[in-house]
Design a protein around this ligand. Structure first.
Ligand SMILES: *[C@@H]1O[C@H](CO)[C@@H](O)[C@H](O)[C@H]1NC(C)=O
Ligand SMILES: *[C@@H]1O[C@H](CO)[C@@H](O)[C@H](O)[C@H]1NC(C)=O
Ligand SMILES: *[C@@H]1O[C@H](CO)[C@@H](O)[C@H](O)[C@H]1NC(C)=O
Ligand SMILES: *[C@@H]1O[C@H](CO)[C@@H](O)[C@H](O)[C@H]1NC(C)=O
Ligand SMILES: *[C@@H]1O[C@H](CO)[C@@H](O)[C@H](O)[C@H]1NC(C)=O
Ligand SMILES: *[C@@H]1O[C@H](CO)[C@@H](O)[C@H](O)[C@H]1NC(C)=O
Ligand SMILES: *[C@@H]1O[C@H](CO)[C@@H](O)[C@H](O)[C@H]1NC(C)=O
Ligand SMILES: *[C@@H]1O[C@H](CO)[C@@H](O)[C@H](O)[C@H]1NC(C)=O
Ligand SMILES: *[C@@H]1O[C@H](CO)[C@@H](O)[C@H](O)[C@H]1NC(C)=O
Ligand SMILES: *[C@@H]1O[C@H](CO)[C@@H](O)[C@H](O)[C@H]1NC(C)=O
Ligand SMILES: *[C@@H]1O[C@H](CO)[C@@H](O)[C@H](O)[C@H]1NC(C)=O
Ligand SMILES: *[C@@H]1O[C@H](CO)[C@@H](O)[C@H](O)[C@H]1NC(C)=O
Length: 476
């Protein structure tokens, strides 16, 4: 373990303008100019002394402390060429940090969601509220040439039983791609980072990249790349024992770039990172484009390459040096973009199956549409005032839809059968108004006050009664 002392000259930002060539994709490979690019990345989300709050600690908004430029140099010295950032606050200024990473030729893969805007696998939604927050991230980061790609989701789907959430991921991908195009931004790819779940990994990869012929036929809805968070190689494993050989074989027909969006099992300490030899070897480079090591800073889960002290100093761990040695010795074969011939057709879409893949590819969630929703809530007989909290709104739906499923038809969805309510992309508040109004149409005007009554109970943390005594008009 050694202390890192940065010379003063390194702290003074150079004023030289340094260009970085935006990454592009052809077939299943990344390119920088005409040369293939392999990701050698580090997950970067220091959470120094973070308390669990809803505030996003944005690692790319730290202009005052120069941490980004120091860290960019450190990651460059490690041999890295990319970072992955999980969560940013789009309202902050990111110029300083993005420039600092660019100056070290480091690309940024960025998750568009933060903990409060991501897709909930148990109760997936794709709403205006989410779309707007993702758009803000894209508006900010699409201007940087070193933005390598956006992750539309991270580990959303984790079981065949919640495969429905994959339909939502695919819709997010579709809509972010179309948004980027509509704004004439650089064509930054949009992908997904998946958890390594044996029962669904092949279905999920196919589902997100397959050619669903009911959608536009110009790669407009497929994921542009796939990340796998994979911790199978622990200690001094090998290509076969680790599962890497099997994973490579399973993904051989995927037509987009794939890389490890997280790797670096820490069950055995210190980490020696021998998997790096396999990842950048001929055994894997046909299918894989490198990987991102989890993670830059030491946090409670113990994956840090550096320890950040209370004064902000970075203390390298032995893992840092081990990884550096491994990265320095690999030299993967690179194809040139102009001569590279992509694979043929995208894989078949996986068939729906109640137990092994509980969603159909024959329809996808609707694109959230602000004017459709605004028009729909004009002149309702019953609507919601104020600004109720999302979670509470969900509980009110629970009650309302329990009593009157039909009133909820336009705001709810059934991904297994490919039915998505036409207002399912509206904000929670709009949806509640629409459902209350439909309920009122079925049950008379008094029902509106019932809805308001239920909402009030829930907002006051009181469980509403589910029996015949109150209110009288409910037929249960
Ligand atoms: C790649 O493009 C960048 C920016 O346009 C340029 O500065 C650089 O020389 C190019 N590199 C190669 C190897 O062509
Ligand atoms: C984002 O930053 C703004 C401005 O500092 C702050 O008001 C807001 O609470 C932050 N949002 C999150 C989610 O951290
Ligand atoms: C971004 O890259 C493009 C194309 O290589 C180049 O024309 C442009 O000047 C670059 N922009 C910045 C801010 O470096
Ligand atoms: C996946 O679903 C099955 C069947 O419902 C359940 O037994 C299993 O625990 C679930 N696995 C996870 C990781 O949630
Ligand atoms: C998808 O399939 C259709 C019909 O087979 C084909 O015409 C189209 O080129 C395919 N698109 C892609 C992106 O593979
Ligand atoms: C998607 O297709 C368009 C042309 O329709 C192409 O310009 C773009 O590079 C493709 N994107 C990817 C990531 O392959
Ligand atoms: C990949 O495609 C080939 C040729 O169509 C097929 O034989 C093979 O089974 C496929 N492999 C997987 C894992 O899907
Ligand atoms: C590549 O695969 C071969 C067997 O096909 C194996 O012997 C070798 O160790 C593997 N190489 C790496 C670097 O994992
Ligand atoms: C950034 O640097 C300052 C000053 O060195 C330090 O106090 C702070 O903890 C650092 N923040 C992070 C996230 O490392
Ligand atoms: C960070 O410091 C703690 C406490 O001194 C130590 O237990 C841990 O091993 C260190 N981690 C790294 C990555 O050096
Ligand atoms: C659904 O998947 C299970 C497990 O793979 C399989 O046993 C079953 O036959 C499938 N059902 C249908 C209708 O294809
Ligand atoms: C109806 O529910 C309320 C609140 O939970 C409870 O106080 C009341 O006793 C219930 N009435 C009947 C008849 O169950």
């Amino acid at each position: 373990m050694q202390f890192l002392h940065l010379a003063l000259s390194l702290l003074t930002a150079s004023t030289t303008v340094f260009a970085i060539e935006p990454l592009t994709i052809k077939g299943r490979k990344f390119f920088q100019n005409d040369t293939q690019f392999y990701v050698k990345g580090v997950a970067y989300q220091p959470q120094v002394d973070a308390e669990v709050t809803s505030t996003v600690i944005d690692p790319l908004a730290d202009a005052n402390n120069k941490n980004c430029s120091n860290d960019a140099k450190l990651i460059r010295s490690l041999g890295g060429n990319s970072i992955r950032v999980y969560s940013v606050n789009a309202s902050l200024d990111h110029d300083y940090c993005m420039e600092a990473f660019k100056n070290e030729s480091i690309y940024v893969f960025l998750d568009v969601a933060n903990p409060s805007t991501g897709i909930d696998r148990a109760n997936p939604t794709w709403t205006l509220t989410q779309y707007d927050s993702y758009k803000q991230v894209i508006d900010v980061f699409s201007k940087y040439n070193n933005t390598a790609g956006f992750f539309a989701g991270n580990e959303v789907v984790n079981n065949a039983t919640n495969a429905a959430s994959a339909a939502y991921v695919r819709s997010v991908v579709r809509d972010l791609k179309s948004y980027i195009k509509s704004k004439n931004y650089r064509s930054i790819p949009v992908g997904y980072a998946g958890a390594d779940i044996p029962v669904i990994r092949n279905e999920l990869a196919a589902y997100l990249t397959c050619n669903a012929t009911n959608t536009p036929q110009d790669n407009a809805t497929e994921a542009d790349f796939l990340g796998y968070n994979n911790y199978e190689w622990c200690g001094d494993s090998n290509f076969y024992a680790s599962g890497y050989a099997a994973r490579t074989n399973e993904l051989q027909n995927i037509t987009v770039p794939i890389f490890f969006s997280e790797f670096g099992c820490n069950i055995i300490h210190p980490r020696i990172f021998t998997e790096v030899q396999a990842i950048y070897s001929k055994n894997m480079t046909d299918v894989w484009s490198g990987g991102i090591v989890y993670e830059f800073s030491e946090e409670v889960n113990g994956y840090g390459l550096v320890n950040i002290t209370s004064t902000g100093e970075r203390v390298k761990s032995v893992d840092f040096d081990n990884l550096k040695k491994q990265w320095a010795t690999v030299n993967p074969e690179k194809v040139s973009k102009h001569s590279y011939q992509p694979l043929g057709n995208a894989p078949e879409c996986p068939a729906r199956n109640e137990t092994s893949w509980a969603v159909t590819f024959e329809a996808f969630p609707v694109t959230p549409n602000a004017s459709l929703c605004d028009d729909a809530v004009k002149n309702l007989r019953c609507s919601v005032n104020g600004d109720p909290e999302g979670a509470k709104i969900g509980q009110v739906f629970g009650e309302l839809c329990f009593y009157d499923q039909e009133a909820c038809a336009d705001i709810t969805s059934d991904p297994y059968n490919g039915r998505y309510g036409k207002f399912s992309g509206c904000t929670g508040k709009q949806q509640l108004s629409l459902a209350l109004d439909a309920y009122t149409k079925h049950h008379g005007d008094d029902a509106c006050s019932w809805g308001v009554y239920i909402a009030k109970l829930l907002l006051d943390n009181i469980s509403p009664p589910r029996n015949k005594t109150v209110p009288p008009f409910i037929d249960v």
